[in-house]
Write a protein of this length. Structure first.
Length: 141
């Protein structure tokens, strides 16, 4: 069964790496990308996805250009995404190791948080877990 994955934000290098990583996994994934948080929300309203990867908590918005470079940008995306599709797991991949940012991500619906540089095996494990888990909370709860 093909699983639909949405990659949100991040620089083009991170998006390319993640897309290539998903192609290399032993599972069947269809990957779509959105550079901006608002574009990702539009895709989520139009199509169904099995998992979302937020590649940066600083992902930009078209309608809120002042959010660029601000961790609140990714947190707002998670909040809006969770309001639309609380059943779709979101995995955050971020260079931010700020405990408050992690707590805010989980409080706004993140399933898991991976620090950059990410390890491919960890990403594979968490995506597989997210696809099979009951959406009661993040792993380990």
């Amino acid at each position: 069964m093909t699983r639909r994955v949405l990659l949100v934000g991040g620089d083009s290098g991170a998006v390319t790496v993640c897309r290539d990583v998903f192609r290399g996994f032993q599972r069947d994934y269809q990957v779509e990308t959105a550079d901006y948080c608002d574009d990702a929300l539009t895709l989520l309203m139009r199509r169904s996805f099995d998992v979302v990867l937020v590649l940066s908590l600083r992902a930009p918005w078209r309608k809120f250009p002042g959010f660029a470079g601000n961790v609140e940008s990714g947190i707002l995306f998670l909040k809006e995404m969770h309001a639309l599709h609380s059943h779709v797991p979101a995995i955050v991949v971020s260079a931010s190791i700020d405990l408050r940012a992690k707590e805010a991500a989980f409080a706004n619906g993140a399933f898991a948080f991976i620090e950059k540089p990410m390890h491919i095996e960890e990403l594979d494990r968490l995506v597989a877990l997210a696809l099979t888990a009951d959406r009661q909370g993040p792993p380990g709860e």
